[in-house]
Design a protein. Structure first.
Length: 251
């Protein structure tokens, strides 16, 4: 059974998994899909990245959850190749919330046919039951929430690395409670903040589209990372946020 999170030794180590963007179509083999379902379905886990939440595209039975702004999502396109975005997010589910994995549904031919036309029919759907509040509460929200994986997850290992970066069995609340109030507020409202380290930035924003690295050229010098989230770029020096640039003005 899938009990413990896969350990992520470096912020940069698996950013490459996400570089192919958000659009779906699974490349996982049938036996890998079955193993993922057996490992993850029914697990009670903790949220390690705050997620935007809102209506699941054209299907108001469900709520979509995702670490990225909904207007950045590229899962659904029309016949002309134009991106169809979901309705705007209505809330944020904060890091430290309990989540139960109800079902993982891969895009088999039968599932694709059953799904509403204006939804990401060719993408795996991860059905979640989400607690009503952060912390120890076990009371669940009324709606089922659906989390969509990014494209480019070509193996079970890659899928589970992505999954455990968002949901795993380690309670992050002791870590959250040690942070300054400004950092906690930024994480819970999905905003970057000056001085954040990589873990706090990921808890707030999710994994970046790209991570540009410039190692220190001398002992004791400054190493620089630039995390790219859509139009937003965030500069970290020696592992701390020192500059935030967002031309959209949405943060």
């Amino acid at each position: 059974m899938f009990r413990k999170p896969l350990l992520i030794s470096s912020f940069a180590a698996f950013v490459g998994i996400f570089l192919l963007g958000c659009q779906g179509h699974t490349k996982l083999k049938g036996n890998e899909q079955a193993s993922i379902k057996a490992n993850l379905e029914g697990q009670a886990l903790w949220l390690h990245q705050s997620l935007f939440a809102g209506q699941f595209y054209d299907d108001d039975r469900y709520q979509l959850v995702h670490p990225r702004r909904f207007d950045n999502l590229t899962y659904l396109k029309n016949a002309e190749g134009e991106i169809i975005s979901p309705p705007p997010a209505q809330s944020v589910i904060p890091t430290g919330t309990r989540v139960r994995v109800e079902k993982i549904e891969f895009p088999t031919q039968n599932n694709i046919i059953k799904r509403p036309l204006f939804t990401p029919r060719y993408t795996p759907w991860i059905y979640l039951r989400v607690a009503k509040a952060r912390g120890d509460t076990l009371m669940e929200r009324d709606h089922i929430h659906i989390l969509l994986p990014p494209g480019g997850l070509t193996s079970q290992k890659a899928f589970e690395m992505w999954f455990t970066s968002i949901l795993n069995s380690e309670d992050p609340n002791p870590w959250l409670n040690k942070l300054g109030s400004a950092f906690r507020e930024a994480i819970f409202t999905k905003r970057p903040a000056m001085g954040m380290d990589h873990r706090a930035l990921t808890a707030a924003m999710g994994m970046p589209d790209r991570l540009l690295q410039k190692p220190s050229q001398k002992v004791g010098g400054t190493s620089t990372d630039v995390a790219i989230y859509g139009a937003m770029s965030i500069v970290l020096e020696n592992g701390r946020v020192v500059k935030i640039s967002d031309p959209t003005g949405q943060r």
